[in-house]
Design a protein around this ligand. Structure first.
Ligand code: HEC
Ligand code: HEC
Length: 340
């Protein structure tokens, strides 16, 4: 009897102990992340199945910097996308595993939640799907996606965070969603130009103000393509780098001859940090980019009519450069929330 009662008490104690663990667990519930957008930025649309939360973003950040994603564990997303350079790379073509080289320049990563599609040819429709590409690309991480997921799923920290963030085991859904969540918080909109644009009229010097006017002028038409708050209309254009391109750009996706040699118009935010330039990193410096536009580019069949000789004076060139330099957002490249 007594023993039975003792047993019951011990049992009750264990049940209470077990249930007293529950409040502990619930302390680790996820909480919504409040994404603060810079003044003048439109709302960002975020997929219903991947609303931003603290643990989703934290998990995505850990994955972004985890080399275990690549087949030989030598390369992470962060190897080619460096925060100090607005998440672009400093070489024309980045190295994947075993030093392998692809064919395009690593673009910067910011304000990605506003992009209607990804890659220079627009071949990928969402941030979540984009994650599949570098993991499987032979010249980047060269890892079969299911094997990459399998390896990461063995990490107990990832398993625990997957449960808290997405209420499921770590799988391909969690991997792609979490990285997408982290990428959406990489928002850049606090450059010197933004301070000027938001009312501080002395933020830009006189040369940069003249450069801004030139940028927006009909004569130069830079803002015809590099338009809006993110300095791109995301259209596909040819800006006359070559008569014949080794990489046919948008045509690789659509197969249409009118899309040959056209590339997604890049944002110009943080442009001073993202050298070398163009889809193949073929232009080393910003003054050389300005020279390229001033010369009017090569006679490509699909060259946009706005790319034509500009006859800029040397003063105009330096004014235009001064404006481009004002697009650097130092808070973005030093924000500790983005770092591993
Ligand atoms: C070996 C270098 C390398 C690695 C590793 C790498 N990337 Fe990239 N990334 C690139 C290059 C090059 C492009 C441009 C590809 C294209 O346009 O075809 C790119 C493009 C992107 C884009 C599209 C940006 C835009 O403006 O369209 C995103 C987003 C991105 N990478 C995120 C990632 C993530 C997430 C990972 C890790 C899962 C990753 N990258 C790993 C080199 C790399
Ligand atoms: C017809 C549309 C169009 C016009 C007009 C235009 N650009 Fe571009 N710009 C592009 C495209 C497309 C690219 C990318 C080309 C590539 O990757 O091959 C680009 C690339 C650039 C780059 C390099 C960006 C990077 O991240 O590599 C800079 C800088 C630039 N443009 C500045 C300017 C300036 C300054 C003007 C005005 C003198 C201008 N653009 C006019 C379409 C345009």
């Amino acid at each position: 009897m007594l023993n039975g009662k003792l047993l019951f008490c011990v049992g009750l104690f264990l049940v209470l102990l077990a249930s007293s663990c529950k409040p502990d667990d619930s302390e680790q519930l996820d909480s919504p992340y409040n994404l603060v957008l810079p003044a003048g930025f439109p709302p960002m649309s975020i997929p219903a199945d991947n609303q931003l939360t603290e643990v989703r973003i934290e998990l995505g950040k850990m994955l972004f910097f985890d080399k275990a994603l690549s087949r030989d564990s030598s390369v992470s997303c962060g190897s080619c996308h460096l925060q100090s350079h607005a998440f672009s790379d400093v070489v024309n073509i980045s190295s994947g595993i075993e030093g392998r080289k692809g064919m395009r320049n690593s673009p910067p990563l910011f304000n990605l939640g506003y992009h209607p599609y990804f890659f220079f040819d627009g071949g990928v429709p969402t941030l979540e799907l984009q994650v599949l590409a570098p993991v499987q690309d032979v010249n980047e991480m060269d890892h079969e996606f299911p094997f990459a997921v399998q390896r990461l799923a063995q990490n107990p920290v990832y398993q625990k965070m997957a449960q808290i963030a997405y209420n499921r085991d770590f799988d391909a859904f969690v991997l792609t969603r979490a990285i997408g969540a982290y990428e959406r918080i990489l928002v850049s909109g606090n450059s010197t130009y933004d301070k000027y644009n938001n009312g501080n009229s002395s933020a830009l010097n006189e040369s940069a103000k003249r450069g801004l006017a030139l940028f927006n002028s009909e004569r130069l038409s830079c803002s015809g393509c590099h338009s809006g708050f993110n300095f791109t209309d995301y259209s596909f254009r040819n800006n006359g780098l070559y008569v014949q391109y080794p990489d046919s750009g948008r045509m690789r996706v659509t197969t249409l001859p009118e899309d040959r040699d056209k590339f997604k118009v890049p944002s110009l935010r943080n442009i001073a940090l993202t050298a070398p330039y163009m889809h193949d990193g073929s232009i080393a410096t910003l003054p050389e980019v300005v020279e390229h536009y001033n010369n009017g580019g090569a006679a490509n069949l699909n060259k946009d009519p706005r790319i034509k000789p500009l006859m800029l004076t040397s003063q105009e060139k330096s004014d235009l450069l001064e404006f481009l330099y004002s697009l650097t957002d130092n808070d973005f490249i030093t924000n500790p929330d983005y770092a591993p």
